[in-house]
Design a protein around this ligand. Structure first.
Ligand SMILES: [Zn+2]
Length: 417
């Protein structure tokens, strides 16, 4: 087998395409493979398949997988054909997708690397510019979104995540059944989410059974405006309720800590911040015993902690009436506790109790969104920030969208044995 036959086979180039030459530039460490369209074969229109006539040729180049660590380029004078119905069209080549400067195999390699490292890292490994790698990632996501089957939404989770270090947020829509992220929206406003919901066919959003979210009015408004049964499917999950109570507990602790220090110069609360916030079951026996002693002291923080712990026990009910009674009992206790940060959260829980009860009865949790949020933080860290929201969305959908990202591969490697 000579070099031309070798490349003909490796590239999977089949008639009417033929490899005509292989040029080696040792100094420039480049292999250039020339491919031609066989002039003897009548060309066909790429749209309708009818026989067409050659209109002109355009020289095009694609970066391919390296050959023995040498940059490998495919070069082809691609014919444009003239069809009586579709006018002038460029012939599609089997080794690359339209509008790409890379072969499908090269894009697949870049996509595989992008799964593991940042755009900058891939650019270094594959000797590409940052923009070229970002382009491959963007094409991969668009390809994946186009292939994604439009199917009814069932259990979704809506969460916000910070886009930059400053308080700029985007909305992340999670599919709680598959664990994938369906989309990332530009901000956390009601109009944006409502618009997104409007873009789905009616029957695809009527199928929604639960929407987990935080007690955030813009999200609530969008869902209740767009879904006829919005108030029955919105679920304020355990994680967010616990997060609000945790923040209030921490406020009580830091205020009390300051008061104790200014009164007597010492405080039993020194160094206890995370002990109060941690789930008591997650610590070892000795530290739990020590911590339990503090919880029995006459401290405001201990009272706030008892409220938070009690709330965490109220998520397993089968009947709405029983759940409602238990939460109302807790709300009564909170209203009398004389701890302003806790009372504030109490008022919030009271207002949104309907959605907490939905979460309990529908057994809905936003754990998927929580897990995905941690993964988004990893993506942010790896990328060292993003230029704009569109790039942030691309990166999230690339890694967490569960999309079929790979380009369509040529049928290659049928090497003669
Ligand atoms: Zn045609």
């Amino acid at each position: 087998m000579n070099d031309i036959e070798l490349y003909q086979n490796i590239l999977g180039v089949t008639p009417p395409w033929v490899v005509t030459s292989v040029r080696l530039d040792l100094k420039g460490k480049t292999v250039t493979i020339s491919v031609d369209h066989d002039a003897a074969q009548a060309p066909r229109c790429p749209v309708c398949g009818a026989s067409a006539s050659i209109y002109d040729h355009h020289i095009r180049r694609w970066r391919h997988l390296d050959t023995c660590q040498m940059t490998t380029i495919i070069e082809c004078d691609v014919p444009r054909v003239s069809c009586k119905d579709h006018k002038v069209k460029q012939l599609a080549v089997p080794w690359a997708e339209n509008n790409s400067h890379f072969t499908a195999l090269f894009e697949a390699l870049a996509i595989t690397w992008l799964k593991e490292t940042s755009i900058t890292g891939v650019a270094d490994i594959l000797r590409l510019s940052w923009d070229e790698v970002a382009g491959i990632q963007e094409r991969a996501v668009k390809r994946g979104l186009k292939r994604r089957e439009a199917k009814p939404l069932v259990n979704i989770g809506i969460d916000e995540t910070s886009y930059q270090k400053r308080h700029e947020y985007v909305t992340v829509v999670n599919d709680k059944d598959t664990g994938c992220i369906i989309d990332v929206l530009d901000d956390r406003k009601a109009a944006t989410l409502a618009e997104w919901l409007k873009n789905w066919p009616q029957e695809h959003i009527e199928s929604i059974k639960t929407v987990s979210m935080d007690m955030w009015d813009p999200f609530i408004k969008a869902v209740t405006d767009e879904l006829p049964n919005g108030k029955e499917v919105i679920c304020f999950d355990r994680f967010h309720v616990s997060q609000h109570l945790g923040k209030a507990l921490d406020k009580v602790r830091s205020q009390e800590h300051r008061t104790l220090l200014s009164n007597s110069g010492e405080s039993v609360l020194t160094g206890t911040k995370y002990k109060w916030l941690k789930n008591a079951n997650r610590t070892d026996n000795r530290s739990r015993r020590e911590f339990m002693q503090i919880t029995r002291m006459a401290l405001k923080t201990a009272r706030a902690w008892a409220i938070k712990e009690t709330a965490s026990q109220l998520w397993n009910f089968s009947y709405r009436g029983a759940a409602q009674k238990a939460w109302q009992h807790l709300l009564g206790w909170i209203s009398r506790c004389r701890l302003e940060p806790m009372k504030k959260v109490g008022r919030m829980i009271k207002n949104y109790l309907w959605g907490i009860l939905n979460a309990i009865l529908l057994r809905a949790s936003n754990a998927v969104a929580e897990a995905n949020n941690a993964r988004i933080q990893w993506i942010k860290k790896m990328a060292c920030g993003f230029r704009n929201r569109a790039r942030f969305r691309m990166a999230i959908l690339f890694h967490l969208g569960g999309l079929d990202l790979m380009p369509k591969m040529p049928e290659i490697c049928e090497l003669p044995i």
